[in-house]
Ligand binder design. Structure first.
Ligand SMILES: Nc1nc2c(ncn2[C@@H]2O[C@H](COP(=O)(O)OP(=O)(O)OP(=O)(O)O)[C@@H](O)[C@H]2O)c(=O)[nH]1
Length: 293
């Protein structure tokens, strides 16, 4: 899978974030709630380094809620404070300010003891393309200052946006590259729209999506397409879905590339319900007990 990130782009992105980090007290690491591992930058810990961080699982409205709760507990067990939000509708934003204040409280307390009155908390957003950085900035600012779009790579051009008296946010988010060394991560990113369609083979993506559903959400597969298994006969599977949804050429044949598009569209647009593509249960055992207590 070819991605538009090259070593030069990565080095530049990292340099820019490192410069912006000097200006802030805390980093809001924005990820997609559907992909709590796959939508994280692979070098995020080295990039953010010792800077306090709040992990924000955005697009919670699209994710499997049970899994989101597990992921928040999983990250918190690792000492990373996490909150889930829906920046599109502005849900959970108060929790962001509250968590940021709590994370920084020891520092603020030290300042108060030295007779310094702490000002507003200064924050910046960091994340891979399309996780909703601009949407969150707009929501926090309550006006349309950052350009948003449904295609990856829209965020371009810096000033501070005030969120009440307590928080100031850098209006330019830090854009970092996704994990793309792993083919499966690439498919997951593509299924959630974080990677451009033009660099993904739709039929491969649809098949990955069907197999993912078969393994993790079999009830949805049955409900939507009447399929209880996928098996090896993919032609039969595509025929069945194409016939069911009447995806035909003018000659009355099933149009396979359109069937593939329809499957991907269904996954992306909640027609198969709210889905999470990374699971805490698939993490190494010592880290995977997030919901056992
Ligand atoms: N359903 C849902 N959609 C969201 C949410 N937040 C953002 N989006 C959508 O996700 C898409 C990408 O949002 P942007 O804010 O442009 O993402 P970005 O991270 O700034 O993207 P780049 O500019 O590519 O770095 C847009 O279509 C948004 O409407 C959310 O909480 N829920």
């Amino acid at each position: 899978m070819t991605i538009q990130w090259f070593p030069g782009h990565m080095a530049k992105a990292r340099r820019e974030v490192t410069e912006q980090l000097k200006l802030v007290d805390i980093v809001f690491e924005l990820i997609d709630a559907r992909l709590p591992l796959s939508s994280r930058n692979p070098m995020i810990d080295q990039v953010i380094h010792q800077k306090p961080r709040l992990l924000i699982l955005n697009k919670m409205d699209l994710a499997d809620q049970t899994e989101t709760t597990r992921w928040i507990r999983y990250f918190e067990k690792q000492g990373i404070r996490a909150v889930a939000i829906n920046s599109f509708e502005g849900k959970g934003l108060q929790a962001v300010t509250k968590a940021a204040k709590e994370i920084l409280e020891p520092k603020l307390e030290r300042m108060r003891k030295r007779g310094i009155r702490p000002g507003a908390i200064r924050a910046m957003i960091v994340g891979i393309p399309n996780v909703g950085k601009s949407t969150l900035i707009n929501r926090l600012a309550k006006k349309n200052i950052a350009k948003t779009g449904n295609k990856p790579g829209v965020t371009k051009a810096q000033q501070w946006i005030k969120f009440g008296k307590e928080l100031e946010l850098l209006d330019t988010p830090g854009i970092l590259w996704p994990k793309f060394e792993d083919k499966e991560v690439g498919y997951k990113l593509a299924l959630t729209g974080a990677i451009k369609d033009t660099i993904v083979n739709m039929e491969d993506l649809a098949v990955y999506g069907l197999r993912f559903l078969e393994e993790n959400y079999p009830d949805r597969l049955l409900e939507r397409y009447g399929l209880s298994t996928i098996g090896e006969d993919l032609l039969h599977v595509f025929d069945q879905i194409g016939t069911l949804r009447k995806v035909y050429t003018t000659g009355g044949e099933v149009e396979y590339d359109k069937v593939a598009e329809l499957i991907v569209h269904d996954i992306r647009n909640e027609n198969l319900g709210k889905l999470t593509f990374d699971f805490t249960s698939q993490q190494p055992h010592e880290l995977a007990d997030a919901d056992t207590d």
